[in-house]
Structures are given as structure tokens and as C-alpha cells.
Ligand binder design. Structure first.
Ligand SMILES: C[S@@+](CC[C@H](N)C(=O)[O-])C[C@H]1O[C@@H](n2cnc3c(N)ncnc32)[C@H](O)[C@@H]1O
Length: 821
């Protein structure tokens, strides 16, 4: 990340974004809500979440109503609008889970949009109620005797019931069931999924359902994948949450009680797995209880008891085993299995507790491998003393290592640091001897706060939550960063931090990022150099189609560079950012994306090389052709025909090539390159009259039409010498194709007998008639006084005809003589 390249150029590529004018939607929304309370979207899920329960239809309607009322809310998960609270979050808001973090319903519904649509909503609600009644009536088994629900309906039904029971319990006695965090945002509720799977037919077709907001139907596959990713996200989030409570339990009594209650649920699930006697991937003939136990045991058998002891602490995982369909379970399982080492390291680097859960079941009755797994201690246990972002996970060989660059450990720091010593010797007078951190905000020098829009220094901060859901991993491009949960488009993942140096600093050519002004966009404020000290953002690899971007921001008391999600990012995706084209000058990007900078450069380079090669060849060929011309001198004429052919082939070749701008030159090259063509024996023998001193192609172009009359005149003037006549005859043979009249005679020159006589007679008659006709015309046209002139004219015209006839007569005489001879 050199000062000249990396972020500097990237930021300027994208154009500066004055967030005070146009912050990302997420930020705008946050600003409305008061960023200091929930600055980044992912942080909204940080408070302990309530149990994911099925919402009553009335609540669901209420949510839909909110969706319509609030223009920024979209029910579609794929919506690019960030900051959309999930349904669970919305519910939390209703329940008062975190009143500070979530905007109240009232404030949303009081928007102008809500007043406009309130009437229609009321009507819609009535319609929906009627429709629900119809649906319920239609879907009852008694009313629909022919409908056989698919296999999965039963467990789902039970799951549904459980959820409802759970909700009832939660409502009646909140203390009985601890609130666990299962964000599972925007997932269709159990009842929705159940309806969809049971295929209730026409009653449930989308046409029948009132469409709300900007609903866009997704393909079943897309929906499935989204659901799966949300479950993964929920699992990862629950693990984070339970770990947080575990770590807080010493200081916080509520946290301790909460943690103990969660352990009870986890232990129950473990018991089911331990007591399970048969487990299988094929769940076709299992009832709900069997299926849950089978899944838990299957997981332990395939992935290990310690990993199960970690995962069962996530409510989302337990619910996956209890409720989800077989395809969903299998899909999530595969994903978990693929990244099990990442989760394992993630848990250990955060001091996740799992042994205490297994210990009560150790002993002789324990399943195979259980005791050994519990007793085994490895290096990963010590990871809790290392900062999570000083651990690089090598997924391939299942090891970990620290990040090291130029034999130095790359340490994690939370903030950028300013040391006046680094600025003392700056070559740039503007920055030389700077005593104060140039990123510090002085009133409006860095613009408004991007979170709260305050013009004065405020207390806004970027929340650190995303930090908990990223991991350093070994990639083919060195260290990279993997997301372990979902991020939404517009999420601020972190600030890019490191020691601040003057922009002219050249000590960090790989990681340095130029911080440019948000207000004065061309101003280079500082160079952030995290080669040795920085956070995870410095390890984000480049992609020409990146999923995050660098942004200039002013937040709280500082100007900063942030890394923000350009689109929704799913669990286990690698984070990438675009360093800018300039960074890759002299480096090779291996992202392999379509339109990759390096690919483009390579293509250009290849074109340039081809062009150079061609020029070189052309020069050589020109040189060679000159030599050939001087050596052969007059003989080049002989090659004219072949050269013509070459020209043709050269032209074809040229058209094949992409960027042939100089065809003539290339043609010449082609001629010389291939050397004088091999001549056919008869061509070699045939003498040519075409200009031997002229260029061969020129001769080919002008030869026939010019050469023939010359020959004629020569014959007429010089008289019938035998050698001369033979020469002329040969010339005529060569040129015959160019003169049809002559062709007749040359072709027939070898003929004898009647045909020849007849041909001759015809020719004579033609000539006579021609002469007569001309004379007659002229006689008619001219007066008697001009008779002489007309006679002269006619005589001249007859001379012409005589000339041609002279040639013919001469030929005849010659032929006759030849015969006599
Ligand atoms: C800012 S660092 C990123 C972290 C780095 N992978 C590491 O191991 O520290 C940039 C360096 O990573 C490597 N890198 C990142 N993205 C790359 C890509 N798309 N192609 C090739 N190398 C890449 C290059 O060596 C580059 O100089």
C-alpha cells in the first residue's frame, strides 16, 4: 500500500464522497437514530436477544404495516438498503429489548408515509383477516381430505407448536426461559415456511396474498441459501453472545444466571446426543425427537464431542437440530463442517468454555472417543491469551501462526498513533515539523460527523462488533480476512488504523494507505502505515471486484479511513477491497476476476509486444527485400505473378491480425519474408515484357495493358524478322488474356484447315465492314465540299484499321511462311 498507490488512488478512483452530503443509507439511518447508541448495524444485535419465537399473526401484520409505513424498510432481505432491522430485532423493539438502540414504532409510524397509507393498511388488515380465516378453514385436514402433507410437515408442525409453547411460556414467565440471542434476521417465520412446504395450494398462492411493500419473490434456491446463511450467522452470533456472558459472569450476577440457564439448555442437548442409539444422514423415517437426537449425535460422531459442546451453546444450532428440514440441516451441516477449524479457533481465541459441559458425562458409560476428547489438551487451549487478530488460521493444514512481515510480528492496535518525531524530517514543508495529529477534528476542517451530522466535535464512535466476526486466514495471497457472520451493505466494518506518517514517507510500501481530505478532497492528510501495528483491515486482500471499500469519514473527534461493506457479505466469505489500479503497477494481481487490472495490463502488453515484433520483422524484411532487389536486379520481373499471389495471401493474413494498420508495409514484409517464390517450369521459360526495373507489384498492376500495344507497334515498325516475330508471338501468348481480339488469333494460331480459313475470312470481312461503315457514316455527315477532308479522315481511319489489319496480315503471312517452311 504505497503512498502513491493503494488507497490513495482507489479513493480518488471512486471519487471523494462527502458523507455530510451523501452518507451511505445505513449511516443516514443511524444518524436519525443517534449513532452513539448504535453506530454500526451489526452492533444492533449486540444486546442479548430474546428467544426467537413465532410471532402471532397480529404482530406479523403490525410488522408488515411498519414495513409499508417506513420507506427505509424493506421486507426483502436482498434489498440493498442497509440498517434494516431484522424481524427479530423489530420484535425486540416491540418487547422493549433495547429501547435505546431501536427506534420506537411510534416514531416510524408517525412518518408522512404512514399517515398516507394508514387507510389502505386498515383495509388490507381486514382483508388479510378474512383471508386467514379462509386459509385456516381450507387448510384444516377435515376440510381437505385429499391433501397429504409431505414428510417434513410433521416435525415442522411440532417445531411450530414448540415455538408457540415457548412464546407462551416466555410471556407468562419470562424468568423461566433465559433470553438467548438468535438474531436469525428476516427469516420467514416457522408458520410461513410450514405453509410454503405443505403446499396448501391455491389458497396460499402469492396472488392470493396481499403483497406488502416492495416485496420481490425470490427463487426457492435463493431463499434457501439466504435462510442457510442466516442460520449460520445466528449460530456464530449466539456463540459470541454466550461467550460474552460467560466472560462477564464474574462481575455481573445477571450474566452469571443467564449463563447458567443457557448451560442447562446446552446440557439437555448434549444428553440427547449421548443417549442416542441410532443416528443417520437419512431421516426419512424418524420422528421429531429421534431426528433431533440423530442430528446431535451425527454431529458429534463426525466433527467431535468438543465441537458439539461448543455448538450446542448456540440456540440457533439447537433449533437447527430441532426444527429445520433435512435439506436445510444438511446444507448448514456441510457449511459448518467446511469451516469447523475456523469456528474451533474462533472459540478458543475468545476463551470459549466447553469442557465443563462435557465433564458430567465422562466415565465408563460415555460414548466412544468422548473421554479422550475431553482429556486431550493442545496448543489451541492457550490461544485465549493471544489477541484474535494476531492469529492466522491455515485452513488447509489446520494450524495457526502469528502474522509476520519482514521478520516482525504484526501487532494489533485499536487506534492510529501520531508521533511528532516521524514528522520532523518530512521532505514536504507543509507537513514538516507537525506537532499535532492532523487527523484530529478542529471544528469544520474535516466536515460534519458522518454519524450524527454534528458540526462540532461529538462523541460518536464506530462500534467494535464486526471485529468479533472476522478472522485472519492463510490465503494464496498471504494473510487474508474471512467474515464469520453476515455483514450488510453499508456496514462500517472498522477503521483502518496504524502509525501516522507524513504522506511522503516511503517506509511501508505494502500496507500504507493515504488518508485524503473529505472536505478538501485533494489534500493528503497523512499516510497510515500499519506494517507493524494495525488491525485486521490491513490484511484485507485486493480484488478487482471487491466486497468492501475504503471511505473517508469524519466520526467523533477524528477524520479517518474506514472499511465498509459494498454489498451483503455472507458468513465465511473472504473480505476483499480494491487497492486501486496504481498499486498494481509493477505488481501482479492474482484475483482472477473478470476485468482484473493485471489481466488488462497483460493484454495491453501482449498487444504492444506483438506490434513491436511485427515492426521488427517488417524492418528486417524491408532490408532483405532491398538486398534481393539489388542482387537480382532485372530478374525480379519474373516473380511478379508469384508476388501477386503472395500479396493476396499476405492480405488475408493481415486481415486475420487484430491491429494491422499498415497493410502495404506488411505485404511487402510478406513478400520478402517468404523469399522469391518457387516458379513453375513453364513460367520460368516464358519471357516477360513487364517492366523489369519496376517494383514487382507495380509491374503486375500495369503490365498487361501497357505491354501489348508496345509489342504490336514494335512488330509493325520493325518488320517481320524471324526472331523478332517469335519474340512477339511469345509476348502475345503471355498477354493473350488481356486482349480478346488477339486471344482469338493466338489461340487459333495452332489450328489448321477449314476452321482457320473460316476464322481468317471472318476477321477480314469484319475489318472491311468496319471500314465501310465508318466511311459511309462520315460521307453522310459531311458536305461534298469537305469530301477530301472526309476522304482524308476516312483514309486515316482506314489507316487505323489498316494498322490492325496489317498486324493480322503480317501474322497470316508469317503463318503461311511458317507452314511453307
Ligand atoms: C495490504 S497487504 C494484504 C495482506 C497480505 N496478504 C499479507 O499477507 O500481509 C497487500 C499485499 O498482499 C498481497 N495481495 C493482496 N491481494 C492480492 C492480489 N489480489 N493478488 C496478488 N497479491 C495480493 C500482495 O503481496 C500485496 O502486496
Amino acid at each position: 500500500m504505497a503512498a502513491s498507490g493503494y488507497l490513495n488512488s482507489q479513493v480518488s478512483d471512486n471519487g471523494p464522497k462527502d458523507a455530510s452530503n451523501l452518507p451511505p443509507r445505513s449511516l443516514r439511518k443511524r444518524r436519525d437514530k443517534g449513532e452513539d447508541k448504535s453506530p454500526s448495524k451489526i452492533s444492533k444485535t449486540s444486546p442479548p436477544a430474546p428467544t426467537r419465537t413465532v410471532r402471532s399473526r397480529a404482530k406479523q401484520r403490525q410488522e408488515e404495516e411498519d414495513t409499508i409505513c417506513s420507506p427505509s424498510k424493506r421486507p426483502n432481505k436482498s434489498s440493498p438498503i442497509p440498517s434494516q432491522p431484522s424481524r427479530t430485532q423489530k420484535k425486540r423493539g416491540q418487547e422493549g429489548g433495547d429501547a435505546d438502540s431501536y427506534p420506537s414504532k411510534k416514531s416510524k409510524t408517525s412518518s408522512p408515509a404512514s399517515s398516507q397509507t394508514s387507510q389502505s393498511l386498515e383495509e388490507r388488515r381486514q382483508e388479510e383477516e378474512e383471508q386467514e380465516q379462509e386459509e385456516e378453514a381450507d387448510s384444516s385436514p377435515s376440510k381437505r381430505p385429499g391433501t397429504t402433507p409431505p414428510n417434513l410437515s410433521q416435525p415442522l408442525q411440532l417445531g411450530e407448536e414448540r415455538r408457540e409453547e415457548g412464546e407462551d411460556n416466555a410471556d407468562s414467565s419470562p424468568g423461566e426461559r433465559p433470553k438467548t440471542s438468535s438474531p436469525a434476521p428476516a427469516r420467514p417465520s416457522g408458520s410461513q415456511r410450514k405453509r410454503g412446504q405443505e403446499g396448501e395450494g391455491a389458497e396460499n398462492t402469492p396472488n392470493k396474498r396481499p403483497k406488502t411493500g416492495t416485496f420481490q419473490p425470490l427463487s426457492i434456491y435463493t431463499e434457501f441459501i439466504q435462510d442457510r446463511d442466516q442460520i449460520l450467522h445466528a449460530i456464530m452470533y449466539d456463540l459470541y453472545d454466550v461467550n460474552k456472558i460467560y466472560n462477564d459472569r464474574q462481575k455481573n450476577k445477571v450474566a452469571r444466571l443467564d449463563y447458567e440457564a443457557r448451560c442447562i439448555y446446552a446440557s439437555r442437548a448434549l444428553e440427547k446426543a449421548i443417549t442416542c442409539r441410532s443416528w443417520s444422514w437419512d431421516e426419512a423415517n424418524m420422528d421429531c425427537e429421534e431426528r433431533e437426537a440423530s442430528r446431535l449425535r451425527f454431529f458429534a460422531e463426525k466433527i467431535g464431542w468438543p465441537m458439539l459442546a461448543i455448538c450446542v451453546q448456540a440456540e440457533a444450532f439447537r433449533r437447527l437440530c430441532q426444527e429445520e428440514s433435512t435439506p436445510m440441516w444438511q446444507s448448514v451441516w456441510r457449511r459448518l463442517q467446511g469451516y469447523v477449524y475456523n469456528i474451533w479457533i474462533q472459540a478458543h481465541s475468545r476463551g470459549f468454555e466447553w469442557r465443563s459441559l462435557l465433564e458430567p458425562y465422562a466415565g465408563v458409560d460415555a460414548p466412544r472417543g468422548f473421554n479422550q476428547a475431553l482429556a486431550h489438551r493442545s496448543g489451541v487451549d492457550g490461544l485465549r491469551y493471544t489477541h484474535p487478530h494476531e492469529i492466522v488460521v491455515d485452513e488447509g493444514v489446520k494450524t495457526v501462526r502469528p502474522p509476520i512481515f519482514r521478520d516482525r510480528l504484526q501487532k494489533h492496535v485499536e487506534f492510529s498513533t501520531f508521533d511528532p518525531k516521524d514528522w520532523e524530517t518530512a521532505t514536504d514543508p507543509e507537513h514538516r515539523g507537525l506537532k499535532k495529529d492532523p487527523t484530529l477534528r478542529k471544528d469544520l476542517n474535516h466536515g460534519l460527523c458522518d454519524l450524527c451530522a454534528a458540526g462540532k466535535i461529538c462523541e460518536c464512535q464506530i462500534k467494535k462488533a464486526p471485529f468479533e466476526f472476522v478472522q485472519l486466514v492463510q490465503t494464496t495471497m498471504g494473510v487474508g480476512v474471512r467474515a464469520l457472520a453476515q455483514f450488510e451493505k453499508g456496514d462500517i466494518l472498522a477503521e483502518f488504523v496504524g502509525p501516522l506518517h507524513p504522506p511522503c514517507y516511503i517506509g511501508d510500501p505494502v500496507y500504507a494507505l493515504t488518508m485524503q481530505g473529505k472536505v478538501r478532497v485533494k489534500e493528503e492528510i497523512a499516510l497510515i502505515c500499519p506494517m507493524e501495528f494495525g488491525n485486521f483491515t490491513r490484511f484485507i486482500n485486493h480484488s478487482c471486484r471487491a466486497n468492501t471499500t475504503f471511505e473517508r469519514r469524519t466520526i467523533g473527534d477524528r477524520a479517518m479511513m474506514t472499511v465498509e461493506a459494498l454489498r451483503d457479505i455472507q458468513p465465511f466469505e473472504e473480505l476483499t477491497v480494491n487497492y486501486g489500479r496504481a498499486y498494481w503497477k509493477g505488481r501482479t494481481c492474482e484475483c482472477g476476476e473478470e476485468g482484473c487490472y493485471t489481466k488488462q495490463e497483460e493484454r495491453k502488453k501482449q498487444q504492444r509486444e506483438r506490434e513491436m515484433e511485427r515492426r521488427k520483422q517488417r524492418d528486417m524484411q524491408l532490408e532483405a527485400s532491398k538486398n534481393v532487389a539489388t542482387e537480382e536486379d532485372g530478374d525480379t520481373e519474373e516473380y511478379s505473378d508469384e508476388e501477386d499471389e503472395e500479396e493476396d495471401t499476405d492480405e488475408e493474413e493481415d486481415t486475420d491480425e487484430e491491429e494491422d494498420t499498415d497493410e502495404e508495409e506488411t505485404d511487402e514484409e510478406g513478400e520478402v519474408e517468404e523469399g522469391p517464390p518457387k516458379k513453375k517450369p513453364e513460367e520460368e521459360k516464358a519471357p516477360s515484357k513487364k517492366g523489369s526495373k519496376e517494383g514487382s507489384s507495380l509491374g503486375a498492376a500495369e503490365g498487361p495493358s501497357k505491354g501489348k500495344p508496345k509489342g504490336k507497334k514494335a512488330l509493325a515498325k520493325d518488320g517481320p524478322g524471324k526472331e523478332r516475330a517469335e519474340e512477339e508471338r511469345a509476348a502475345r501468348v503471355i498477354n493473350q488474356e488481356w486482349d480478346p481480339i488477339l486471344e482469338d488469333y493466338t489461340d487459333n494460331s495452332g489450328c489448321e484447315g477449314e476452321e482457320v480459313e473460316r476464322a481468317r475470312g471472318k476477321a477480314k470481312e469484319k475489318e472491311k465492314e468496319k471500314g465501310k461503315g465508318k466511311r459511309k457514316e462520315k460521307e453522310k455527315e459531311k458536305d461534298a465540299e469537305e469530301q477530301e477532308e472526309s476522304t482524308e479522315e476516312s483514309s486515316s481511319s482506314s489507316e487505323e484499321s489498316d494498322e490492325s489489319s496489317y498486324v493480322l496480315v503480317e501474322e497470316e503471312e508469317e503463318e503461311d511462311r511458317g507452314k511453307e517452311d
